[in-house]
Design a protein around this ligand. Structure first.
Ligand code: ADP
Length: 307
């Protein structure tokens, strides 16, 4: 049986100014998966370790994403078996569902001798996101598949771009272990935006992308502002304001909600700064009695990789 073991990376979506369009991929934080070809046609989840998630193909994002890929190929004979070794918890806000969808389609594509490019795989992985949150968003699956920072320039038609990644950027992520489902945190987001706020937001998004291409860390920091989503969602996250302020006081370029939360990210220049930020925010959360994890990660330029 031909199989492939992959690292399926965690990702930070939205990054303050880019709701539903901006994301980045992390090194060292993520799941492992083993994907195998089988003589029995169809897609099966044969093992899930580390999380209580559905084994049924149509209820697991990895299964749904691979079914979408095989459907596009009109392939009714290939058999795929998926083992998932979960290290990132569902509902953490660092792309747990996206890691499974992206890892599964990337490995299947490799096992089938690459009928699709990594960019073309995004739409299949998005079907997994549709199952997880009711909305086929691409801001986690795009960075998980392409690596680095990515922009969803358009959803219809789908147009996903890989952006430049300055070398010395690090993410500090705190994950309070309270579950905020993407579907629930979408409910607090109001559908209408004032022109004034929209102008601030697209100025920041443009600034952030310019900063990525000019390696201008101060510009990245100035652009890490979210006047639309953060004020509505941050109320769901204990100590959000204190963590954000403390991160910036301790040298972070900026901080915000990772994906739909409850994880909070802080972006820093250099590993030393990112570690200092980790210590400072850890001190805040220790006082809450809420269990939490903290990760310091550099930006993963490659996305899903064979291990
Ligand atoms: P995250 O932002 O961390 O991915 P979501 O709330 O978007 O969290 O997605 C988690 C949801 O997706 C949960 O309801 C979970 O049961 C479902 N799900 C189905 N399959 C998987 C999988 N393989 N990995 C993670 N979550 C999955």
């Amino acid at each position: 049986m031909k199989s492939l073991k992959v690292f399926a990376p965690a990702t930070v979506a939205n990054i303050s100014c880019g709701f539903d369009v901006l994301g980045c991929c992390l090194n060292g934080v993520g799941d492992e998966m083993l994907i195998s070809l089988s003589d029995t046609p169809g897609v099966r989840i044969t093992k899930i370790d580390g999380a209580d998630l559905p084994l049924e193909t149509d209820k697991n994002v990895a299964g749904v994403a691979v079914v979408a890929l095989l459907k596009e190929l009109k392939d009714t004979t290939t058999g795929i078996e998926i083992e998932i070794y979960k290290k990132i918890k569902a509902g953490s806000g660092i792309g747990s569902s996206a890691a499974s969808s992206a890892g599964a389609v990337w490995a299947t594509n490799e096992l089938l001798n690459n009928p699709f490019t990594a960019t073309q795989l995004v739409k299949f992985a998005m079907e997994g996101e549709r199952l997880a949150s009711g909305n086929a968003h691409a801001d986690n699956v795009a960075p998980a598949l392409l690596g680095g920072f990515t922009l969803v320039r358009s959803y219809n038609p789908l147009d996903v771009l890989k952006l430049n990644t300055p070398e010395d950027l690090y993410m500090t992520i705190i994950h309070p272990q309270i579950e905020v489902k993407t579907a629930d945190s979408r409910k607090v987001v109001k559908p209408n935006v004032s022109l004034k706020k929209a102008i601030t937001q697209w100025g920041n998004l443009g600034g952030f992308i310019a900063g990525l291409y000019t390696n201008d860390y101060d510009l990245l920091g100035r652009s890490l502002e979210d006047v639309i989503i953060e004020p509505m969602r941050s109320i769901l996250i204990p100590k959000f304001e204190e963590v954000k302020t403390t991160a910036i006081e301790n040298g972070a370029l900026g901080a915000g909600i990772s994906g739909s939360g409850p994880s909070i990210f802080a972006l820093s220049k250099g590993k030393e700064n990112a570690n200092k930020v980790a210590k400072a925010i850890e001190a805040i959360y220790t006082t809450t009695g809420i269990a939490f994890d903290i990760h310091v990660a550099s930006i993963n330029a490659n996305g899903v990789t064979a291990i």
